[in-house]
Design a protein around this ligand. Structure first.
Ligand SMILES: *Cc1c(COP(=O)(O)O)cnc(C)c1O
Length: 621
């Protein structure tokens, strides 16, 4: 893995130039340069970089690919799309999304009242809004208010109870008006076919949402009876997120297409759209032998258009508009989490750590000789000898025959011999060597929280591409595991022999080493949790100017210690007072010192909870 699988997951968004990973856009700045620019302004700890040009790219690719498919099949329906807010509701993301999608009539999808308020206030008038999920009377009333504002809004009925509420709110809102109004109405259908993978519960017969055929017929009668049939225009389904295989989607499309056609034939004249939900997968893999999806966007679009056309033709109805609510596909690539490595834990296994004596125990001396004379030809034999000697030496220690320095020399030498053998034998695909890699894996302590920034790694074992920001001209040789700074053993991305990650051997007391975590733009931010009270990292937009240069915009620093406590509803005034009192009443310090301590304390309280790196300490002695 020399390029860290960039050709698999990168989608040409990044490029390796000399020794750094760079943005493959405009003047192609390196992520390292951008990171250093921000750190020079005084922001340490992890950074979340957002790239609006990548949001634009995903939206335009989605629309262009469907447009091409429509042309190819001469499809008569329109293609429309909305962004499901649950995937990322952060204002810096949403504002950038609205800004870059102006030419596409792209809208927002809401699944809760708070999201609906974002949709109502941010979606340009005329662009579609869809509203899914469980709704109470108030939420439905909000949809009616949005209609009165002039929004193009569709409320999806998830169950018959909701339809009854809609009928009720419709009556209330139109009691006094000349001309009745209502949001457009959609119906989520309960599919017989189901999604696949960890998110399969979203689709399928036992799904949380949607109407069965019997309920659908009943809903149709109710809409007709209450004169709401004219607003009924969308069929909706969503088979689950990160759909790796296209087969279940095809089944769902056939099912939904036939339901659409049957309803049209029954007299649902205004019915004109099929909303296929989200599910479009993102390739997260860094390893060619395990990829996350088996189709391209082009295949996906062609299947949707072809199947809908086929059903419409056979049943003699109009071709429906196609709606998508893909979220992961739009948002995942737009952000990169950059985090500094604080420490390499097993760097003590370095030749310079040896404490050899004038006269060493014979087996230690032999280990030293093995290490120095190791060649490719003898590597395997010497390796076995070394492992054997180690067992003997550890026994000698237990029996009191060698001292702690001898034992330390043993550990270092065996570690060095294993490392050297692995490099010498790298062309041989031996299982034994793979097993040994576990033994010499290097633990990288990284200044971030996996719970806050990669919750799907913790909850779903979802992997994210990891790439160091520089040294990419050198082959990384350390089998690596990554430790976050929470006090929780689940905050570790372990070394996995099947999908190994190798990082560089860096002395971080001498130079900085940053890791980039890619494709973190979908779901991770709002699912992130404040385990150990590590908060959302410092974030910013990286915008490109007309001349190709970049600028850092809308920088928001991670919350300060006091803000975090305030969020938990601590009375921060009381905390403040308590600490001040303890310093003032302390009998161990004089007035001068008290003033100094208070100054320090207030400085620390205004900072965030991530660690300062060694470099940062040097800058502020
Ligand atoms: C979650 C969700 C989506 C988005 O799914 P992605 O896999 O992120 O594309 C779309 N529609 C509905 C109804 C959803 O619940």
């Amino acid at each position: 893995m020399k390029n860290f699988g960039l050709n698999i997951w990168g989608d040409e968004n990044f490029i390796i130039k000399n020794d750094t990973i760079n943005i493959n856009y405009a003047t192609q700045p390196s992520l390292l340069q951008i990171t250093q620019d921000i750190r020079e302004k005084g922001y340490k700890g992890p950074l979340l970089l957002r790239f609006p040009h990548l949001i634009r790219k995903q939206i335009s690719t989605l629309f262009n690919t469907f447009d091409e498919a429509k042309k190819e099949f001469n499809y008569q329906g329109n293609f429309q799309a909305v962004f499901p807010l649950k995937v990322n509701q952060f204002p810096n993301f949403v504002h950038a999304l609205i800004d870059v999608s102006k030419n596409y009539n792209y809208g927002l999808e809401a699944g809760s009242k708070a999201e609906l308020i974002i949709a109502m206030s941010k979606t340009p008038l005329g662009a579609p809004i869809t509203v899914n999920g469980f709704k109470d009377k108030e939420m439905i009333a909000l949809c009616f208010i949005a209609t009165k504002m002039g929004h193009n809004i569709t409320v999806t009925i998830e169950g018959l109870g909701e339809l009854e509420t809609i009928i009720q709110v419709y009556a209330e809102f139109n009691k006094h008006s000349q001309k009745a109004i209502s949001p457009k109405i959609g119906v989520r259908i309960r599919l017989h076919s189901s999604g696949i993978g960890i998110w399969a519960k979203s689709g399928g017969y036992s799904s949380k949402f949607g109407l069965s055929s019997t309920e659908l017929l009943e809903a149709y009668e109710l809409l007709k009876k209450h004169k709401l049939l004219d607003y009924f225009w969308m069929i909706h389904f969503h088979i689950g997120s990160q759909m790796g295989n296209i087969a279940p989607l095809k089944k769902a499309l056939r099912e939904a297409g036939n339901i659409y056609a049957e309803l049209k034939k029954r007299g649902a004249d205004t019915l004109g759209a099929i909303n296929i939900g989200g599910g479009l997968a993102v390739e997260y893999s860094q390893h060619s032998h395990k990829q996350d999806r088996n189709y391209s966007l082009k295949e996906f679009a062609n299947d949707v258009i072809y199947l809908m056309q086929d059903i419409a033709k056979r049943k003699g109805v109009e071709e429906p508009d196609i709606f998508t609510e893909s979220g992961r596909y739009i948002a995942a690539s737009h952000s990169v989490l950059v985090a500094p490595v604080l420490e390499l834990f097993s760097q003590e296994y370095h030749e310079k750590g040896l404490r050899l004596k004038e006269v060493n125990p014979p087996l230690v001396q032999e280990l030293y000789d093995l290490f120095n004379s190791l060649t490719r030809e003898h590597a395997r034999e010497y390796l076995h000898d070394a492992l054997d000697h180690m067992e003997s030496l550890l026994t000698l220690f237990d029996l009191g025959y060698i001292d702690l320095e001898d034992r330390s020399n043993t550990e270092i030498l065996v570690n060095l011999i294993i490392k050297k053998s692995i490099i010498l034998l790298k062309d041989e695909d031996a299982n034994e060597l793979k097993t040994l890699q576990d033994r010499i894996q290097e633990k990288y302590l990284v200044n971030f929280s996996a719970f806050q920034s990669l919750p799907d790694f913790w909850g779903l074992a979802q992997s994210f591409p990891i790439v160091p920001l520089d040294h990419l001209d050198l082959k990384p040789t350390n089998p690596a595991s990554i430790w976050d700074i929470t006090c929780d053993s689940d905050g570790e991305i372990g070394f996995n022999r099947e999908f190994p990650l190798y990082l560089h051997d860096i002395d971080v007391s001498k130079e900085e080493y940053f890791l980039g975590f890619f494709l973190t733009g979908a779901y991770q931010e709002v699912l992130g949790m404040k385990h150990n009270l590590f908060t959302h990292p410092t974030e910013c937009l990286v915008e490109f100017n007309k001349d190709g240069s970049y600028s850092i915009e809308k920088l928001i620093e991670a919350q300060s210690l006091m803000d975090i406590l305030d969020d938990l509803d601590y009375d921060t005034n009381l905390i403040d007072k308590a600490m001040k009192k303890q310093i003032e009443e302390s009998k161990q310090i004089n007035i001068e010192e008290k003033r100094e301590l208070l100054g320090k304390l207030y400085l620390y309280l205004s900072e965030n909870s991530y660690l300062k790196t060694i470099q940062a300490q040097n800058e502020n002695p």
